[in-house]
Design a protein. Structure first.
Ligand code: 5AD
Ligand code: FES
Length: 345
């Protein structure tokens, strides 16, 4: 079969055999056809709607030591911070006025934020913003804690699986982190009733095409509502300082493939994509993405939440990010909507 037939098959069957998927991941020759098909599928399901999620990075303390991450425990160069409950609520208030109806509370795995403190934070937001979705992105917990957060009012959870391959996972994360526990968390979250987001980095160190293929297979098993991917980006204060960045082109290709495999999915044009190229997020939208996640954190802490170098949006006020994105999304041919932005299965 020719490659363009291959893309037609992928669009119609929503699947491809492994060998064909791998060859598609490795060539740029059919990108135009792929992005065209992905845009068609996205418009069928979501029109030109782009959903926004206000991202609040509320702590950069982390107990983990992931080899790729700038806020890893061993990085002594990071000035650590935590937002107070009042500061967090103020971010939400500002975001609500700007039209955000989803707040993403993201943080490192910070021991200060016990199950009880996370629950208190969630209930306070839930009480003030009953018409909003509350998304947590606070890493790995026992199922009982996930249940407690859910009861407190959280209804979505972001936890990238990072890589579905256990051996590759061990090369990116020191013990005791494991791919097995990561996956356990994701299935627990789904079982509790969260709308779940997962995903992975593209071009992470030691990643093979087979690894990427396995990532797509794992996502087919999990069927998450949201799938976030972005290029791996180097940070100089990590053990991976010598490792090259992931590729823009391969990230875009994967967004296109994800849209065809998962027509219903919420797929963000991520900050990492906007960091690797000035128009990266616009390109992501045109390749099949339908979500953007502007930063709502106080500008005073923006530069401290540095997972990778040269992160964009660290100097802009929330309102500036919001209007900047409005323009960028429009320039790509889509429109931001004021909506809670639920998945359309
Ligand atoms: N480059 C790109 N993405 C990264 N993440 C963490 N560190 C990096 C990096 N150096 C991603 C991980 C994590 C998400 C919050 O950010 O996939 O799940
Ligand atoms: Fe933040 Fe453009 S989105 S400055």
């Amino acid at each position: 079969v020719s490659m363009s037939e291959l893309i037609a098959t992928l669009e119609q069957q929503r699947d491809l055999p492994n060998d064909l998927l791998c060859s598609l991941l490795e060539t740029d020759r059919y990108d135009a056809a792929l992005f065209q098909a992905a845009d068609r599928v996205r418009r069928q399901r979501y029109g030109t709607d782009v959903f926004v999620r206000g991202l609040i990075e509320f702590t950069n303390y982390c107990r983990n030591d992931c080899y790729y991450c700038g806020i890893r425990r061993s990085n002594a160069h990071v000035q650590r911070y935590r937002l107070t409950p009042e500061e967090i609520l103020a971010c939400c208030t500002e975001g609500y006025a700007l039209g955000f109806r989803t707040f993403v509370l993201q943080g490192g795995e910070d021991a200060f934020f016990t199950e009880q403190r996370v629950c208190e934070m969630v209930s306070a937001i839930r009480e003030r913003f009953p018409d909003c979705a509350i998304t947590l992105s606070v890493g790995e917990w026992e199922k009982s804690s996930y249940r407690a957060f859910f009861r407190a009012g959280a209804n979505r959870y972001l936890l990238r699986h990072e890589t579905a391959d256990a051996a590759h996972y061990r090369r990116l994360h020191p013990q005791p982190l494991s791919s097995e526990n990561r996956k356990r968390c994701l299935f627990d979250l789904k079982d509790i009733g969260y709308q779940v987001g997962s995903g992975f980095m593209v071009g992470s160190p030691y990643q093979t095409t087979e690894n990427l293929c396995a990532d797509l297979r794992f996502l087919q098993e999990l069927e998450p509502d949201m799938i976030g991917i972005g290029p791996y980006l180097t940070h100089k204060d990590t053990p991976f300082r010598e490792q090259p960045n992931g590729s823009l082109a391969q990230t875009l290709r994967l967004i296109g493939i994800l849209r065809l495999l998962f027509p219903y999915a919420l797929i963000p044009a991520t900050t990492a994509l906007g960091t690797i190229h000035p128009q990266g997020r616009e390109m992501g939208l045109r390749a099949g993405a339908n979500v953007v996640m502007p930063n709502l954190s106080p500008v005073s802490v923006r530069k401290l939440y540095t997972l990778y170098e040269d992160k964009i949006c660290t100097g802009e006020e929330s309102a500036q990010c919001r209007s900047c994105l409005e323009r960028r999304v429009a320039s790509a041919g889509y429109a931001i909507v004021t909506d809670i932005g639920d998945v359309r299965r």
